[in-house]
Design a protein around this ligand. Structure first.
Ligand code: ASP
Length: 592
């Protein structure tokens, strides 16, 4: 996907120093006398007294013809005053928007001199990311980064306006705050005034926005910075930005409609085209068909359940509650080492093994299977496998036999690893995943853990299972997924103390513990909590996909590296011993 963000607001950019932006001048401006400002992108000597200087600002580049005696070099900052004129025949540059014209009769004012930059600012140059991050202010001058930041700004603008139009009020919530129970590790800030006590940076404004509902705000939103101390990867930074929202007296359907409107507006603003309505799928169906709660719908292949075929089968490898199969079109020629690699990945993801079958044409002209397991299959099993998978000669079938969840997840992981294109590659396929389970996995004490967070409302029909069969309880939680990336999550919240108490009990959270951790929220609920629901989605992820980037670092002005450092500022850095003492901390002697 590539954003359409172009620069078209030339008149709004006039200042006391310039009349117009460099990249916006055209042949229609010939004869006009203008002042422009920018950085020297390139200088070429032309004869003894003549030099061509390409002047760059964020709108583009224009060629200025200057007296060769001027000492202007790469990245000098200039103000050029001159006349727009047509380029001589034969020197027109089709690749540049300004390629038909140039600025002549130039007067030059050097506003800043510059040392040679440590890397080429030409967009086509491949530059080591460490070097780019160390000098991010130079990297940002490159057209690609300018485009990314501006696309991001247009997304924010569209989101704000969609939320405003839908009656949402922008409210800022604290950054220095108390723990938020959403499962991620949190950053702590020591208090200077209260030694031994810490603020916690919010991993989301979750509790604040619920309190705003008790406060009668009715519809809240915020383009909110969230902090999570978790290992970084392509779609994760310590600090990231969410469109965060919460509304009162609403149902899941209302929230899905609010968010869809905002996301589709943002897509239209960034890409120039409004996507169609976003389909919905239940969590169970997503797991069954795609083996993932964030299914990539760009990939057609689906998992096929073959458990019925192998019920009571002689094939040992398939004696499991569930057998699932993924058909890879035309992949029968995958080498043994590739198949071994996939098998290793399947095992690492929790499977006992991975069975593979090459679909071949037999001498008799029928379809057959080529696999170490083939000789154990009955004729009926073989033909059912071929039929259910709709396989043709040249395909490869991958099978996992296990518990339902493991079989689905392992094949889902292989489906996305093998078949998913880079996330930003079109077409954009959005999907709402609804009806998530209430609990997922267990903590060190063996208590179920909240799949979303402890304030998520169970489905009314499943309430009675809360004590007897907690893992069967579905919640009113929902995710928005785009091309296999989870854009965001939300839920209908518990506003009734009796249900909240039962959920805490199911989670193994004692009354005293609940009171100590989020007593302020529970207290607030004693004074009249409206039914409410909300959502939050990652703007960094959306902006990355819309700008055709596969890593959110490319749409963040000053990101951290994979290991969490800021190469430009040197953060995190040591504090002076005075600062440490003031905070009431004692330095630990570092192990070398
Ligand atoms: N606080 C949740 C999150 O940040 C979203 C929500 O439930 O509104 O993922």
């Amino acid at each position: 996907m590539t954003s359409q963000a172009t620069f078209d607001r030339r008149d709004e950019e006039e200042t006391s120093l310039r009349d117009v932006m460099c990249g916006t001048l055209r042949a229609a401006d010939i004869g006009r006398s203008v002042s422009i400002c920018g950085w020297v992108s390139r200088r070429r000597e032309h004869g003894e007294h003549l030099a061509f200087v390409d002047l760059r600002d964020h709108s583009g580049i224009i060629q200025c013809v200057i007296d060769g005696a001027h000492d202007v070099r790469s990245e000098y900052v200039l103000r050029v005053t001159g006349t727009v004129r047509g380029r001589p025949a034969g020197t027109i540059n089709e690749r540049l928007g300004t390629g038909e014209i140039e600025i002549g009769d130039c007067e030059i004012e050097i506003l800043s001199i510059a040392e040679p930059p440590p890397f080429s600012l030409d967009d086509r140059a491949e530059i080591d990311e460490q070097v780019r991050l160390r000098h991010r202010y130079l990297d940002l001058r490159r057209p690609r980064m300018q485009r990314n930041l501006r696309t991001r700004a247009s997304i924010n603008r569209a989101l704000r306006s969609a939320m405003d139009r839908q009656g949402f009020v922008e409210v800022e919530t604290p950054i220095l705050w108390a723990p938020t129970p959403e499962g991620a590790r949190e950053f702590a800030v020591p208090s200077r005034l209260h030694h031994g006590s810490f603020y916690v940076l919010p991993q989301s404004p979750q509790l604040a926005k619920q309190l705003l509902m008790v406060g009668g705000v009715d519809r809240y939103f915020q383009i909110a910075r969230c902090m999570r101390d978790e290992d970084l990867r392509a779609d994760r930074q310590f600090e990231f930005t969410q469109l965060d929202l919460e509304a009162s007296f609403v149902s899941q359907d209302d929230v899905l409609a609010f968010v869809s409107e905002a996301v589709l507006d943002a897509a239209e603003a960034a890409l120039g085209e409004r996507p169609g309505a976003i389909p919905r799928i239940t969590w169970r169906e997503a797991m069954d068909r795609f083996g993932s709660d964030k299914p990539d719908l760009r990939v057609d292949a689906e998992l096929v359940d073959m458990s019925a075929i192998f019920e009571g089968s002689e094939v040992k490898a398939f004696s499991a509650p569930v057998v699932k199969v993924l058909r890879l079109e035309g992949a029968a020629d995958s080498s043994r080492s590739v198949l071994d690699g996939w098998t290793e990945r399947a095992k690492a993801a929790g499977a006992k093994g991975l069975a593979w079958f090459r679909v071949v044409r037999t001498d008799a002209g029928d379809l057959g299977l080529d696999s170490p397991l083939d000789r154990f299959l009955s004729d009926a099993e073989r033909s059912s496998m071929l039929e259910l998978s709709s396989a043709v000669a040249g395909d490869l079938l991958l099978a996992v036999a296990d518990e339902w969840r493991t079989a689905a997840e392992v094949l889902g992981m292989l489906r996305s690893t093998i078949l998913s294109p880079p996330v930003s590659e079109g077409p954009a396929r959005y999907v709402w995943v609804i009806d998530f389970p209430m609990f997922d996995g267990s903590d060190a004490q063996g208590n179920p853990m909240a799949a979303h967070h402890p304030f998520t409302m169970p489905q009314p029909d499943d309430l009675e299972l809360l004590e007897s069969d907690p893992y069967a309880v579905r919640s009113q939680a929902y995710d928005l997924v785009l091309n296999g990336w989870e854009l965001g999550s939300g839920s209908v919240r518990i506003h009734r103390p009796d249900i909240q108490a039962r959920v805490f009990r199911a989670l193994g959270i004692s009354d005293a513990d609940a009171d100590a951790r989020f007593g302020f929220l529970l207290n607030a609920f004693r004074y009249g909590a409206p039914p409410h629901a909300g959502f939050a989605f990652g703007i960094d992820r959306l902006a990355a996909i819309f700008t055709g980037e596969d890593n959110i670092r490319e749409v963040i002005a000053f990101p951290k590296t994979q290991s969490g450092t800021d190469l430009m500022t040197g953060a995190p850095a040591e504090l002076t011993s005075t600062a440490i003492a003031e905070l009431g901390l004692r330095p630990v002697v570092k192990e070398s």
